[in-house]
Design a protein around this ligand. Structure first.
Ligand SMILES: [Zn+2]
Length: 339
């Protein structure tokens, strides 16, 4: 089969990879219908994380072609969505709703789903079948549920977004934009998107943002304070993962407020004394997307949300290298690869 391989930073190749087969009785094999390039794929692409001839990709939707003997909840022919972490969904951590930290968690990035087929470990715990075969136009939104929607949703839930609250969103990538969508759905009264990119500002407004702040860092924090009677937001979604964005998020929250941080943290160090006196709640990490999948699939299936709008470039798998370049150069927010 064909699959994406990153040989070294900046070097993407689509080449032959071994077609996956059932290795464990709990595995399923899917024929990938669509996959995508993630913001987190840019960390190795830019040389921030090590990479050496690695298969790439952890987001996926597709049709089950084969199941192991112990798989009971999905069958051959089902159209499925899964999280970027495989999980058993039965251990104590999973049952508490933290499937991405399952005691048997398996990162799908190690599988590499930017490919024609993918082996899904722990299929019963990982995959959720859609009610039927989806119409073509639903596929981008279902694919978004695999990571960026689920991650933005967790950011909002971790930030305790709710009715009547003011929410600030740091980061205007796909996760930040879908954090806006989640905040709207969860009843936020005011949603402040922090972005200086006109197309992303427009999509943020479409998803429910009521205010846009273009300033960053201390100036951005000052603008959030201006908009909230000097107090700061009740809830802040942090969807970048840098020192600047994390401090911007913490400083934009009011005392007693909540920060949901879902940007993969890179070299972030928090000043303890400032954190102590901030009085904010911090919660985040790799999103337990599996917790939210049944609800998100339902909302998409009933056309109540349209998260697939974050995909602004669609390319065939063979052109994955151009997809990576477009995201790296910020010419695209999120790139869908058709398989
Ligand atoms: Zn588990």
């Amino acid at each position: 089969m064909r699959g994406v391989i990153m040989d070294a930073p900046g070097e993407i190749r689509v080449d032959e990879r071994a077609t996956p087969t059932i290795e464990e009785p709990t595995d399923a094999i899917i024929k990938v219908a669509a996959t995508c390039v993630c913001g987190s794929d840019l960390w190795p692409y830019r040389g921030v994380e090590d990479v050496d001839h690695a298969p790439m990709g952890h987001e996926y939707v597709g049709t089950v072609t084969e199941v192991g003997d112990e798989v009971t909840t999905v069958s051959v022919g089902d159209f499925v969505v899964g999280s970027f972490f495989a999980s058993d969904n039965t251990c104590e951590i999973c049952r508490a709703g933290y499937q991405s930290r399952c005691v048997h968690a398996h990162p799908m990035g190690a599988v590499g789903t930017q490919a024609e087929y993918a082996r899904i470990p722990l299929a019963d715990g990982t995959l959720v079948a859609t009610p039927g075969h989806p119409d073509e136009e639903l596929i981008p939104s279902l694919l978004a549920a695999s990571d960026v929607l689920g991650t933005g949703w967790f950011g909002a839930v971790a930030a305790e977004v709710g009715h009547g609250k003011t929410v600030a969103v740091v980061g205007d990538g796909a996760v930040g934009l879908l954090g806006v969508l989640a905040a709207k759905h969860l009843g936020a009264e005011r949603i402040i998107a922090m972005s200086r990119h006109p197309a992303r500002q427009a999509l943020a407004r479409e998803f429910g943002a009521t205010d846009i702040v273009v300033e960053r860092g201390d100036e951005g924090v000052a603008r959030i304070k201006d908009l909230t009677d000097g107090l700061g937001a009740h809830s802040v979604i942090e969807a970048v993962g840098t020192q600047e964005s994390m401090l911007q998020a913490i400083r934009s929250a009011r005392p007693g407020g909540h920060v949901g941080y879902v940007g993969v943290s890179h070299d972030v160090e928090l000043p303890g004394l400032e954190l102590f006196f901030s009085g904010v709640h911090l919660h985040g990490g790799p999103a337990p997307v599996r917790r939210f999948l049944p609800e998100l699939i339902d909302l998409i299936w009933n056309r109540e949300i349209d998260p697939g709008k974050v995909f602004d470039l669609t390319l065939p798998l063979a052109d994955a290298a151009e997809g990576y370049r477009a995201m790296d150069e910020r010419r695209a927010t999120k790139v869908l690869l058709t398989v």
